[in-house]
Design a binder for this molecule. Structure first.
Ligand SMILES: *[C@@H]1O[C@H](CO)[C@@H](O)[C@H](O)[C@H]1NC(C)=O
Ligand SMILES: *[C@@H]1O[C@H](CO)[C@@H](O)[C@H](O)[C@H]1NC(C)=O
Length: 346
């Protein structure tokens, strides 16, 4: 079969007379479970236009009364604004510094509150304790675009609801051996963006493998001449930046956002308690090894089709302690970004 089977989901958006954007999703999955992908049957049974919210800017609560409101597409010169988030949630296992009586359900509820509170368009998760079904149960308002195994639990990609599912059975394309779930978002009739949730090869010695995994993702994007956004726990060390940026041509969103120190480390198990309001993510109890890394990243590759308009934002999430200054929800912090993409016309 030369043409990959694909699932196409068409979404009509928005306000009544605004035609807004039609969003199509084409979903690919890495690996085994791949996409039982996943629009639930009651969603599938809905017909006609599922009018929900405008995309991609419906999260602009604050903009509701702004002049932009008159623009059904909320597009400025063809720019599309997106809010994305990603986090390695450590299988929702309680920190060893959590109090007695705090269990996986408590961690799950807290994580879900933080993630849903972002009102993001795309949520990429790593180390999920369950697959598509788990995600569906915990993330109302989102479509689960796929789940696949990595070396540690499951990688999941969620995209904001508002999608009308096709009546035809879905097809999917496995991306052999990649710990990634990838979906294509069509933003408007001609613009599309690939989005990937990834959990790349671990350990320092995994650097070559990580490079080849990233290269494989870019090959997929190349084959579709599509820009791509890669979100997740890349397990990367700073020494790998050059390969990502200079060899593969990826743009690091944390750097585009101004590489601020406050959002540098998505892993910080240093004891900061000697600082003002200092904390210590003592996730592994007395066995916690103290170090900092920028394991988790957001990368963009425009493929000469799209570019970041202005400066994206980049913030850490779940980087505040819970019940004490030692108690955090994961060994990783999550990250979120808001950015505008402008698609270059042909
Ligand atoms: C964990 O959640 C339950 C409710 O699901 C709650 O009753 C309990 O107090 C929570 N535990 C802690 C330590 O907060
Ligand atoms: C967590 O504790 C609550 C009681 O506080 C209990 O109802 C729930 O089933 C427990 N969850 C897990 C996953 O053990």
């Amino acid at each position: 079969m030369t043409e990959p089977r694909r699932r196409r989901v068409t979404l009509m958006v928005g306000r009544v007379e605004s035609i807004a954007a039609a969003i199509c999703l084409t979903v690919f999955a890495g690996g085994l479970i791949a996409m039982s992908c996943t629009l639930s049957s009651n969603e599938a049974s809905q017909n006609g236009l599922k009018v929900t919210r405008s995309f991609p800017s419906g999260h602009h609560h604050a903009d509701a009364a702004s002049p932009k409101d008159g623009d059904p597409d909320h597009s400025l010169g063809g720019a599309k604004e997106l809010v994305v988030a990603s986090m390695n949630i450590a299988a929702c296992q309680p920190s060893q510094s959590a109090p007695p009586g705090w269990n996986e359900s408590n961690s799950t509820a807290a994580l879900r509150g933080i993630l849903l509170g972002l009102d993001a368009d795309v949520i990429a998760l790593q180390e999920c304790p369950g697959g598509a079904r788990w995600a569906r149960d915990h993330f109302p308002g989102y479509n689960v675009l796929g789940a696949t195994y990595s070396h540690a639990d499951q990688v999941i990609l969620l995209v904001r609801d508002g999608l009308k599912s096709p009546s035809a059975p879905s097809g999917e394309r496995a991306v052999t051996g990649l710990p990634a779930v990838i979906a294509e978002l069509e933003l408007g009739s001609r613009n599309s963006l690939l989005v990937a949730s990834v959990h790349l090869e671990p350990f320092e010695r995994g650097d070559r493998k990580r490079q080849s995994q990233m290269r494989s993702l870019l090959d997929i994007a190349d084959s579709k001449s599509s820009p791509i956004l890669i979100l997740g726990d890349t397990n990367m060390r700073d020494t790998e930046d050059e390969a990502m940026e200079d060899e593969l041509g990826l743009q690091d969103i944390w750097k585009l956002a101004g590489q601020r120190d406050e959002s540098r480390f998505t892993w910080d198990t240093m004891d900061h308690r000697n600082e003002i309001e200092g904390v210590f993510n003592r996730y592994y109890g007395s066995g916690t090894r103290q170090y900092q890394r920028r394991y988790d990243r957001m990368y963009f590759h425009g493929a000469n089709k799209a570019k970041m308009e202005g400066k994206p934002t980049f913030e850490l999430i779940a980087n505040h302690p819970m019940t004490s200054n030692l108690d955090f929800l994961s060994d990783h912090f999550g990250m979120t970004s808001r950015f505008s993409l402008s698609f270059l016309s042909e």
